[in-house]
Write a protein that binds this ligand. Structure first.
Ligand code: NDP
Length: 284
């Protein structure tokens, strides 16, 4: 059996082209799309993520409003900025790069974002809407995984889907999205018993645990589709995922590599969410 390597780079590029074309159409109608990107402090990893998001905005034609605030910014000051951006008609999306410095309550900050501008999909209203099947923004990484599956021709309906990991930004929304697509979903986590057996039931296995190369061939059913969300640097400074790619790939019908699988989808979906926010505000 030939294993399909799911090309997240190509699929994310395709999504960005689609977004770019629609942004151009909006511009012709005199409507500019803008995303506020807020970073507090100068954590180097956050600076890389923020830089990549700004680059993607520039590419698709979204105006990025950059707010680089000092580490000592108070919670009050940050909340005041969010309030200002909530009211700003020319701002379609608000993104607060996490983690925030310890003296700022992240939950409080996320709750302060107007759900109509919550392009990260982290607000409780967005999560609640996803849970009961109402429209709202969906967390970018799991939304990107659904796009990867659909655009690779992987049917979800009726499939046994196992999600390993139950974080608020990946595992839980992933499980809800697979359920929305009519998969039969099991969520596993660090207290799960018989993890190998449960994973071996999966037609579609999504792994988001944050442990390098944790999933090997003993966790895989022949012919499964494997989606690896993890991202790590190994001892040789090379990127690897939560799945031992070389060990499992020949057993899978399809698999995402690291890098070049799930990773590039997150920003593409952020761009998609910004476009969607502007379209909603236009009443489209
Ligand atoms: P978290 O650390 O928030 O969550 C990890 C989850 O995995 C938890 O639910 C935990 O269970 C579970 N887990 C940990 N160890 C085991 C184990 N041995 N067996 C079963 N379950 C286990 O991580 P995230 O969801 O934020 O991220 C996961 C990975 O994905 C990371 O490597 C991260 O870097 C990467 N990532 C990649 C993104 C991308 O764009 N490609 C975006 C976001 C994340 P419990 O709840 O019981 O503690």
């Amino acid at each position: 059996m030939e294993t399909k390597i799911i090309d997240g780079k190509a699929i994310s590029a395709q999504i960005k082209e689609e977004v770019k074309a629609q942004i151009e159409n909006l511009k012709k109608e005199g409507r500019e799309v803008a995303l506020a990107v807020i970073q507090v402090g100068a954590d180097p990893a956050s600076s890389v993520y923020v830089g990549n998001k700004k680059k993607a905005c520039a590419y698709v034609g979204i105006k990025s409003l950059a707010y680089e605030l000092p580490e000592e910014t108070s919670e009050e000051e940050l909340l005041a900025l969010i309030d200002k951006l909530n009211k700003m008609e020319t701002c379609d999306g608000i993104l607060v790069q996490l983690p925030l410095p310890k003296h700022i309550n992240e939950d409080k900050v996320i709750e302060a974002i107007d759900p109509r501008k919550d392009v990260d999909g982290f607000h409780t209203q967005s999560v609640g809407a996803l849970c009961i099947g109402q429209p709202g923004f969906v967390s970018c990484t799991p939304a990107g995984i659904i796009e990867l599956l659909k655009r690779s021709g992987v049917a979800i309906e009726g499939k046994e889907c196992v999600v390993v990991g139950r974080s608020n930004i990946v595992g839980k929304p992933m499980a809800l999205l697979l359920l929305r697509e009519n998969g039969t979903v099991t969520v596993a986590h660090s207290r799960t018993k018989n993890l190998k057996e449960i994973c071996r039931r999966a037609d579609i296995l999504v792994v988001a645990i944050g442990k390098p190369k944790f999933i090997d061939h003993e966790y895989i059913k022949e012919g499964a589709v494997v989606i690896d969300v993890g991202i790590h640097r190994n001892e040789n400074n090379k990127l690897c995922g939560d799945v031992d790619f070389e060990d499992v790939k020949d057993m899978c019908s399809a698999i995402t590599p690291v890098p070049g699988g799930v990773g590039p989808m997150t920003i593409a979906m952020l761009m998609y969410n910004c476009l969607h926010s502007a379209q909603m505000q236009q009443g489209m």
